[in-house]
Design a protein around this ligand. Structure first.
Ligand code: PMP
Length: 422
């Protein structure tokens, strides 16, 4: 912190003194945010930042409809989840109406991690097997069970015996075939080990692996491979869910598949902690027959108020259509920049979720330091953006869904300036 201005050094020191080694802050010089509105965040000095990164406030930072729904319900009734409540029941019906048959039951949780943890427990009960397969840089959460299937959080530690890692989908070529072949090999290993194959768990847009969305449909072969082996397909919709991909509510729907279990989180409450697991009644019944599930805060009246308001805003503001339109504009602009700047490798994505690789222009190898340089340079131009991928060299472009073409123009112009060394 010696290179920080004194006031910032003091704030960061205070943070480290209390939160210790677990304190995670963005940027070489961390920012103190004090307010959010739509696609913007405002810092303590009054600077306005264009947010290209945050997907929790998916319908926009501090959306007034969501904020007032939460406040009104918190002022009227907020109890645990063991009473009848019309708001909660309405929310479950509305959410489930957005899923295909036979996905007609919902369990509400508070986080994506809890959702994936529960999904793993259901899969183990239904299959009687204990093995899980995930992609090499996957992130599925922070409980003990989901940390074991989140290799992006334990890159230095050995993989647990009941987990197999497969490469992320290819960016081009026989995407479906190669992914399914790798999956089959991992399934065979789990079966031979005696642990057996319970489920494939995938983020249906492969966010932390570097964003792999195309071609639509490539997950069909993986789903078939999982089912042929008697295992389940768990779609983690924490990142692509609630309209982000611009093609509908769910990332899995782009692939024309019906997963066995779907997990949700982040955007579900637009910042109010909400998560959920959707599955077929038979699977849930088998799970509940062998073990109960209770979640004190998962699905309180306030959570339902937030969730209902989010669904209203997505529909009223046509945010799925907007994600498709603004996302296409952004992707086209980035493909233009790619022609101009040889450091830009691939540009991939769907709707308002785009990945852009930075490679060394001579060797073509991933260039994480350059991605990091760009992220910090963009921050100096008051644009917030992050990185993803196995090598951390993929710019993760994932703004709130109220992002429009005007915002996109500002972003593209600024990125061009920064790429040109500005
Ligand atoms: N799954 C995915 C794909 C995620 O990106 C995350 C969070 N980054 C989680 C699960 C875990 O969600 P939470 O932090 O709400 O527990």
């Amino acid at each position: 912190t010696s290179h920080f201005p004194p006031a910032l050094a003091e704030r960061v020191a205070r943070r480290r003194a209390t939160f210790g080694a677990a304190s995670v802050l963005f940027y070489e010089q961390p920012i103190e945010m004090v307010r959010g509105e739509g696609v913007y965040l405002f810092d303590a000095q009054g600077n306005r930042y264009l947010d290209m990164y945050n997907n929790v406030p998916s319908v926009g930072h501090c959306h007034p409809s969501v904020a007032s729904a939460i406040a009104a319900q918190a002022a009227r009734l907020n109890v645990h989840t063991r009473y009848l409540n019309r708001g909660v029941e309405t929310y479950a019906e509305r959410l489930l109406s957005l899923f295909p048959e036979p996905l007609t039951n919902l369990v509400m949780t508070c986080t994506g991690s809890e959702s994936n943890d529960l999904a793993m427990r259901i899969a183990t009960t239904v299959t009687g097997k204990g093995g899980f397969i995930v992609t090499r840089a996957a992130y599925h959460g922070n409980t003990s069970a989901v940390t074991a299937i989140s290799p992006s959080s334990f890159s230095a530690a050995p993989v647990a015996p009941h987990v197999r890692l497969i490469p992320a989908p290819l960016a081009e070529g026989d995407v479906a075939g190669v992914f399914a072949t790798n999956l089959r090999a991992a399934i065979a290993e789990l079966e031979e080990s005696g642990i057996g194959f319970a489920a494939l768990v995938v983020d249906s847009i492969f966010s932390s692996d570097g964003i792999f969305a195309d071609p639509p449909g490539f997950l069909q072969a993986a789903l078939s491979a999982a089912h042929e082996a008697g295992g389940l397909f768990i779609a983690d919709e924490v990142q692509p869910g609630f309209g982000r991909t611009g093609g509908g509510m769910w990332g899995f729907a782009r692939h024309g598949i019906v997963p066995d279990i779907v997990t949700m989180g982040k955007p579900m409450g637009n910042g109010f902690p909400m998560g959920g697991v959707v599955t077929q009644p038979e699977y849930l019944a088998r799970f509940c027959a062998s073990t109960g599930y209770f979640n004190t805060f998962g699905g309180t009246p306030v959570a339902a108020a937030a969730g209902n308001a989010v669904l209203d805003v997505i529909a009223e503001e046509c945010l799925i259509e907007n994600a498709a339109l603004s996302g296409d504009f952004l992707k086209q602009g980035l493909l233009e920049l790619q022609k101009e700047f040889p450091r830009i490798g691939g540009v991939r994505g769907a709707g308002l979720f785009i990945g852009l690789d930075f490679n060394d222009p001579e060797s073509g190898t991933p260039d994480q330091p350059y991605a990091s340089y760009i992220i910090n340079a963009m921050k100096r131009h008051h644009i917030l953006i992050g990185a993803a991928g196995l090598y951390g060299h993929t710019l993760k472009i994932r703004p709130p869904l109220c992002f429009n073409i005007g915002h996109g123009t500002v972003f593209l112009e600024t990125l061009r300036k920064v790429l040109a060394g500005g």
